[in-house]
Design a protein around this ligand. Structure first.
Ligand code: GLY
Length: 339
């Protein structure tokens, strides 16, 4: 009798835990929409009590602009890659997000930007890492995919490649913002005092995943990485399979969070693989990877993704994630966990 009672209690506890876990993942309810777009602007300790109404509005407005730009392309029958690029360019140009202008600063007070793209119909991919002068790194990632025989270019060579492609090149100072200068200062003070770094120092990243009317899925990710990073550290954002993955037969994923953990768990490919080889749904696979595997390893962050039927998921284990989705009849943006 005792073991039975113990097992029942255990089963009940597990069930309760699962119910708690499924509180923060979100998904859309529309089946087989003509097209779909989902974006994120970073995950982290995003609490309502720490946010002014004005800031909240600015984030919603910026996410809405990115969604509108991408959705217009999809609505008009355009390609998923163009929708992803348009949405990410808007977030790269918006200083609120840690990507492009407004990217976080390295130990040396500079910016080193990472980005990647993947197209699900042919598993083609492109990425740049540690670039310093490319106004929109997502465009350079697309350039690597479309105009080079390579998948990833890094450092000065990648900057040079983008210049030769005719992309917008800017002075490195273009990316600097007062907010990030202050964050670096705080991070260095904490480092000097052996204090724990704010979670915010390792958060940020923008991303988008689109399904177009032709059934093609594309995923892209762009970031400034971690505040106070050194030694040309590169995170998960330009790593295909870590932050970005797309396969028309399963799903498209873009991730945000503590990059080292996302690389170790091959988060984006891990979700795809659970669907492809294990028959999991996108929601099941994403919950397993983020809420079990990532959480279990001590990492934090989240993903946005969509499957081949246009079902959208946004799963994270942090306090919040800037995020939103657009479908033919619905457009929504969110910031906090319990929305
Ligand atoms: N997820 C962004 C980074 O860790 O660089």
């Amino acid at each position: 009798m005792r073991p039975f009672l113990f097992n029942s209690l255990l089963a009940f506890t597990c069930l309760m835990c699962m119910q708690c876990q499924t509180k923060y993942p979100m998904s859309s309810n529309t089946e087989n929409p003509e097209y779909a777009l989902v974006i994120h602007g970073g995950a982290g300790t995003i609490l309502k009590e720490n946010m002014t109404e004005d800031m909240e509005q600015r984030y919603h407005e910026a996410l809405t602009r990115a969604l509108s730009a991408g959705r217009q392309i999809l609505e008009e029958g355009g390609m998923a890659i163009d929708a992803v690029e348009a949405a990410i360019v808007i977030m790269e140009d918006e200083p609120l997000f840690n990507a492009g202008k407004g990217a976080v600063l390295t130990y040396d007070g500079t910016t080193e930007l990472d980005a990647s793209i993947m197209t699900g119909h042919n598993l083609d991919a492109g990425a740049v890492g540690g670039v310093k002068t490319i106004k929109n790194p997502i465009k350079a990632a697309i350039g690597v995919m479309n105009s080079s025989p390579h998948v990833m270019l890094v450092g000065n060579g990648a900057d040079q490649f983008a210049k030769e492609l005719g992309l917008d090149i800017v002075d490195p100072d273009y990316f600097l913002t007062e907010r990030r200068i202050q964050s670096l200062k705080r991070s260095k003070e904490k480092e000097a005092n052996n204090e724990k770094q704010d979670a915010a120092t390792r958060h940020g990243t923008v991303g988008a995943v689109a399904l177009d009317k032709e059934g093609n899925i594309v995923a892209g990710t762009s970031t400034g990485g971690m505040t106070n990073k050194r030694y040309n550290r590169i995170g998960d954002a330009p790593i295909i399979g870590a932050a970005t993955y797309a396969d028309n037969n399963t799903c498209g994923i873009s991730a945000t969070g503590h990059g080292e953990y996302f690389i170790r768990l091959a988060v984006a490919h891990n979700i795809h693989a659970q669907m492809k080889y294990g028959g999991a749904s996108l929601q099941e696979a994403a919950e397993d990877v983020i809420l079990n595997q990532l959480e279990g390893l001590g990492g934090d962050g989240g993903i946005v993704g969509l499957d081949k039927n246009g079902r959208i998921v946004m799963v994270f284990n942090s306090e919040g994630m800037y995020r939103g989705f657009a479908l033919p009849d619905e457009k929504k943006t969110f910031i906090f966990k319990d929305e």
